[in-house]
Design a protein around this ligand. Structure first.
Ligand SMILES: NC(=O)c1ccc[n+]([C@@H]2O[C@H](COP(=O)([O-])OP(=O)(O)OC[C@H]3O[C@@H](n4cnc5c(N)ncnc54)[C@H](OP(=O)(O)O)[C@@H]3O)[C@@H](O)[C@H]2O)c1
Length: 326
């Protein structure tokens, strides 16, 4: 018996079925994204849209799903579509969302899973923003704004709430915003993208931004139309640490061997979040339960406004279309 192991994630209800639904999963090439896609496929999802940074990686993920023994023997195979998406590039977010809105008639579930982790300062190629700020937070927020109208119209068609679930992390408790607050007079975006203010806890900071976004988005979205939450899967053995310096990668490999959940088990938390009820709206979950919210920050409102500004810059009119104006 491994006394250091995390508790098992509860099993999903036997009756849980996604028959007739369509879901979009970002970062579906491996780790939690692929494992969550497999759960959806095994539970009769009708259409599964997987994103990958290259078509080739997406096709490999699709092929691996379709040979799963449970999926292979389903009476109806899911339709699996691959779309390219690179969250580090706003131009990719813009062209991806335009394609989805033009080509996909209905979307019931949006699982925003793709993310990265490193302690090192690195910037994105197009906008030179700090990469975890862009990939883990901003691009996900932009996807929410752009795809919200489609999720709303799908809820009207199906008569049931659509779902947005973001993959967050309870490591957000290690955030630095209390010790190093963003000054009231400074733009949150400018502060976080200034190397002088960079801390090695940026992963935790980026996941707190995700929870802040979820809370603000939920205030402006009816839970019976689109339920929004974020969830932490615990510590999981995946490729998440491949961007870390070699010594930290080594430590994390050992820690994960002792404590890490398998992606298949941990992905049950993602499936729980994307099928959870209105009581989870605007909340951060951990292992199927609502996690204590201790991290409300003054900067939240400013973060919201600056993010809507970025959405308008990416796609003029998108904030109005998403009905997110106060
Ligand atoms: N593992 C953990 O212990 C843990 C704990 C809490 C939360 N999480 C969160 O869980 C989520 C999934 O992580 P994971 O553990 O499954 O890690 P992973 O195995 O590294 O998978 C990450 C996925 O995100 C994709 N991705 C990375 N950068 C991207 C970009 N710029 N644009 C689009 N997609 C990109 C990757 O695609 P490529 O194949 O192209 O790299 C991959 O499909 C992340 O949000 C992570 O923060 C993980």
């Amino acid at each position: 018996m491994n006394l250091l192991a995390q508790a098992d994630v509860p099993p999903l209800p036997h009756s849980l079925s996604f028959a007739g639904k369509s879901a979009l999963v970002t970062g579906a090439t491996g780790g939690l994204g692929w494992a969550a896609s497999l759960h959806l496929a095994q539970r009769h999802i009708a259409t599964l849209i997987l994103t990958a940074r290259t078509q080739k990686a997406g096709e490999a993920a699709k092929a691996a799903l379709l040979v799963d023994p449970i999926v292979r023997t389903l009476p109806t195979q899911p339709t699996v579509l691959i779309y390219e998406l690179d969250l580090a590039r706003p131009s990719s977010v813009a062209s991806f969302t335009s394609k989805i809105l033009a080509e996909v008639p209905a979307l019931d579930i949006l699982l925003l899973n793709a993310g990265i982790s490193t302690i090192e300062w690195q910037t994105t190629p197009e906008t030179h923003t700090e990469q975890m700020f862009q990939v883990n937070f901003l691009s996900n927020a932009l996807l929410c704004v752009r795809l919200l109208p489609l999720l709303r119209s799908s809820a009207a068609k199906s008569g049931a709430a659509s779902h947005i679930a973001l993959v967050g992390s309870r490591t957000q408790a290690l955030h630095t915003y209390t010790k190093y607050p963003v000054p009231d007079t400074t733009s949150v975006f400018a502060f976080l993208n200034d190397r002088a203010h960079y801390r090695i806890q940026r992963y935790a900071d980026s996941k707190l931004l995700v929870s802040m976004w979820v809370r603000e988005l939920a205030k402006r979205t009816d839970a019976s139309v689109v339920t929004v939450n974020d969830t932490c899967p615990g510590m999981v053995s995946t490729n998440l640490n491949t961007r870390q310096p070699w010594w930290l990668r080594g430590i994390m490999t050992v820690v994960n061997a002792v404590r890490g959940r398998t992606a298949g088990q941990a992905a049950r938390s993602l499936i729980n979040a994307l099928s959870a009820g209105p009581e989870t709206h605007g909340k951060t979950l951990g292992d199927f339960v609502i996690w204590q919210d201790r991290t409300r920050k003054k900067m939240e409102k400013r973060l919201w406004e600056e993010t809507l500004g970025a959405a308008e810059e990416l796609a003029p009119g998108s904030v109005q279309e998403a009905k997110l104006k106060d």
